[in-house]
Design a protein around this ligand. Structure first.
Ligand code: NAG
Ligand code: NAG
Ligand code: NAG
Ligand code: NAG
Ligand code: NAG
Ligand code: NAG
Ligand code: NAG
Length: 336
């Protein structure tokens, strides 16, 4: 029998300004406490402009397209789960007009790390006493970084994640995503903020790093991501939480906090949206459209990304790309 918990979240107790009235929501299977106790806490870049976004807001500004052609006139949490993997959720506003929802400095976290944009946390239980908790960060816009012969590859929609692997409830390994790779680091070795692993989110690209500073990447290290001790983002203050049963590929609701809890449990969002295998932003524009230009293999605008379901949630090794997974036991410092 599932344990039922009546969880009363007093938003005021957290000093969160948005929800004035306490509310009660029945949560069928909340996360074990360690999922939030050891959740990574992140520093956004001090000059960041593409702040975290609420997927509920994002969905009101996009329309499903295949090959640049509408397949319906709008999308909802309920409808996207049945869309194909070839669908691009495409902005109704031309990107070059810089609509406010793509330029969300309003969502900058406050002094305690709360942003109005809920994060998404997904936990997966695996053999060997393993629980992998995935902390997903969503931004409506990714501003890529340019380099020699390298147009930035901006895109609409940006899903990044970190993952904490717990073994019998104890924090073991942190994985953080960055561009097409990422890195796994022993929990021991990570920088801590009040006992929680600390990560650094790079300007515009939102790649995640374990240390502040500049991080070279790209072919021949010609590009540099910038991270520093900018605004803290504590995802535990506002998130939607889910379980994934990897054996049956079934998502269920777990718990949440503040706006994320309310939206998940009282707006009829359901869990079907997590099955959407298509892209959360526009398809790469043809040259000349929306100011698109390309140089070699890179373009001003790239394709939007897949969502959480496309990030190897059933992984055995802690890395998203298991073929090359080294677990670092000491930190590689950023350069200045
Ligand atoms: C996409 O649309 C263009 C122009 O409408 C057409 O020429 C092309 O064949 C289409 N491609 C696919 C894969 O359907
Ligand atoms: C596609 O859908 C959007 C949103 O409903 C609408 O504004 C736009 O005009 C549609 N485009 C075409 C070509 O029908
Ligand atoms: C956001 O707005 C600023 C100034 O208003 C502009 O310089 C910048 O290009 C915009 N960014 C995006 C991603 O639209
Ligand atoms: C790292 O963790 C292991 C257990 O996983 C523990 O035995 C060891 O003492 C830790 N090392 C440090 C430096 O904390
Ligand atoms: C990277 O370095 C190799 C070897 O020096 C060179 O052939 C290649 O053109 C470089 N690629 C870029 C994108 O600069
Ligand atoms: C999760 O499911 C996938 C797809 O069925 C499978 O390949 C993978 O081995 C599973 N992972 C675990 C940890 O069992
Ligand atoms: C494997 O990962 C390491 C560490 O991130 C990296 O230095 C190396 O280039 C990667 N190798 C391949 C073949 O991707």
């Amino acid at each position: 029998m599932r344990r039922s918990v009546f969880l009363v979240v007093a938003a005021i107790a957290f000093g969160v300004p948005t929800l004035a009235t306490p509310f009660g929501i029945k949560v069928p299977k909340p996360f074990p406490k360690f999922v939030t106790e050891f959740a990574p806490i992140s520093h956004l870049f001090s000059q960041e402009k593409a702040m975290p976004s609420d997927i509920a807001v994002h969905l009101t500004h996009v329309v499903p397209q295949i090959n640049f052609t509408n397949t319906s006139s709008s999308v909802t949490f309920q409808s996207i789960g049945s869309l194909g993997s070839d669908v691009f959720l495409t902005s109704m506003d031309p990107v070059e007009t810089s609509p406010a929802w793509l330029n969300t400095t309003d969502n900058k976290p406050n002094a305690i790390g709360f942003t109005v944009a809920p994060a998404t946390i997904i936990a997966v239980e695996k053999p060997g006493g393993i629980l992998d908790a995935y902390y997903f960060y969503f931004y409506s816009f990714d501003e890529g970084n340019p380099g020699p012969g390298h147009p930035p590859g901006n895109h609409i929609g940006d899903w990044e994640h970190s993952m904490m692997r717990f073994v019998n409830g104890a924090p073991s390994i942190l994985y953080i995503s960055a561009h097409s790779g990422g890195e796994a680091i022993a929990f021991n070795a990570t920088i801590k903020t009040n006992g929680r692993p600390t990560t650094y989110i790079s300007q515009g690209t939102h790649a995640n790093y374990a240390t502040p500073g500049n991080h070279l990447h790209g072919t021949n290290n010609t590009l540099s991501d910038h991270t520093d001790n900018g605004a803290l983002w504590d995802v535990t203050l506002n998130y939607r939480g889910y379980w994934l049963d990897n054996d049956t590929t079934t998502f269920t609701m777990a718990d949440g906090t503040t706006a994320g809890l309310l939206e998940e449990f009282t707006s009829g969002e359901g869990v079907g949206w997590l099955n959407f295998k298509g892209m959360w932003g526009d398809e790469q524009y043809p040259i000349g459209q929306h100011g698109q230009f390309c140089d070699g293999t890179n373009c001003l605008f790239a394709d939007g990304p897949t969502g959480p379901v496309g990030k190897n949630l059933g992984r055995h090794l802690p890395c998203e790309h298991e073929a090359n997974c080294t677990i670092l036991t000491s930190l590689v410092m950023g350069v200045s």
